[in-house]
Design a protein around this ligand. Structure first.
Ligand code: SAM
Length: 281
């Protein structure tokens, strides 16, 4: 019965451990865990005693070999991380990839995940979002990474360390502007849970003026860039401007002026002007 279970565990509140996660942890032959001492305490809390094997970012290669051999030998293994869903800014990708390539079933046991927990309570658009994990630690690299998202229209979700939160939010302000709406979701599911929304400018001051807000674990969510004038609304606006100008000046002048006003391609606008004139008869 070789099977690898990818088991989500709480991100703070032990009450979030699912019944199915417990059932699986009680049933497997061994548990691969990021930090065996930390996970040992978690299992102990639920009265579970299992052999634990360390699987972390520094030993993923060799440990994947060993765990794969155990699976091929018919063992059932659970992979857990220190908190939340394994593989989400946590180790496990190499193992899951190799286990699937060996045609051994990988069974996900869903549960807490900080990015989803933060997003669903943030009030920011959740129909489309991008998750970028942790930003680089150094400001230059961080600014470069953030600038890749300058025109991103989806909500941007990031993990950040408390030591860097102030510098990081200051860099976000540089890239996205002080008016952009953002949320800091801190200590989710724990006693000091705080979900605070404001402009990036105001968030910078809020953090700087209260050292408590710089503590603990945090997710940063940034509103996507506003829609550029395009799509149906944008086209309607182009047509409106063109039609008005066509009544006053020549087709060529109307096209040139509209292209300038709307910051659009001259030739495209000229073609549209011709079509409008034809329609008007
Ligand atoms: N695998 C985890 C998950 O499913 O969310 C994430 C692991 S990653 C190494 C740890 C980061 O997740 C923290 O630095 C923080 O950004 C975020 N995080 C984890 N628990 C959190 C919590 N309770 N509140 C806010 N952010 C949390």
């Amino acid at each position: 019965m070789s099977e690898l279970y990818v088991v989500a565990t709480p991100i703070g509140n032990l009450g979030d451990m699912s019944a199915r996660a417990l059932e699986v942890l009680r049933m497997v032959d061994l548990v691969a865990a990021e930090d065996t001492r930390h996970s040992g305490r978690l299992l102990q809390h639920f009265g579970i005693s299992k052999p634990l094997r360390a699987y972390h970012e520094h030993n993923e290669g060799p440990q994947s070999d060993w765990l794969l051999a155990q699976l091929k030998d018919g063992k059932r293994i659970a992979l857990i991380s220190d908190a939340g869903t394994p593989l989400i800014s946590d180790p496990g990708y190499q193992l899951v990839n190799r286990v699937r390539q060996a045609s051994i079933p990988v069974i996900p046991i869903p549960g807490p995940c900080a990015l989803v927990t933060a997003l669903c309570a943030s009030g920011l658009a959740s129909d489309r979002f991008v998750f970028e994990g942790f930003l680089p630690a150094k400001s230059k690299a961080r600014l470069e990474r953030l600038s890749l998202f300058q025109k991103e229209q989806r909500t941007i979700v990031l993990y950040e360390s408390p030591h860097r939160i102030c510098e990081s939010v200051a860099d976000m302000l540089t890239v996205f502007g002080g008016d952009r709406n953002a949320v800091i979701a801190r200590e989710l599911t724990k006693a000091y849970e705080t979900i605070h929304q404001d402009s990036l400018q105001a968030l910078c001051s809020w953090l700087a003026n209260d050292a408590n807000q710089q503590r603990g674990e945090m997710v940063v969510l940034i509103s996507g860039a506003p829609d550029e004038v395009e799509g149906e609304d944008g086209q309607a606006e182009i047509d409106r401007v063109l039609s008005l100008l066509l009544q006053e000046v020549s087709l060529k002048q109307a096209s040139q002026l509209t292209a300038k006003i709307m910051n659009k391609n001259k030739n495209e606008i000229y073609k549209r002007a011709l079509a409008l004139k034809e329609q008007a008869g």
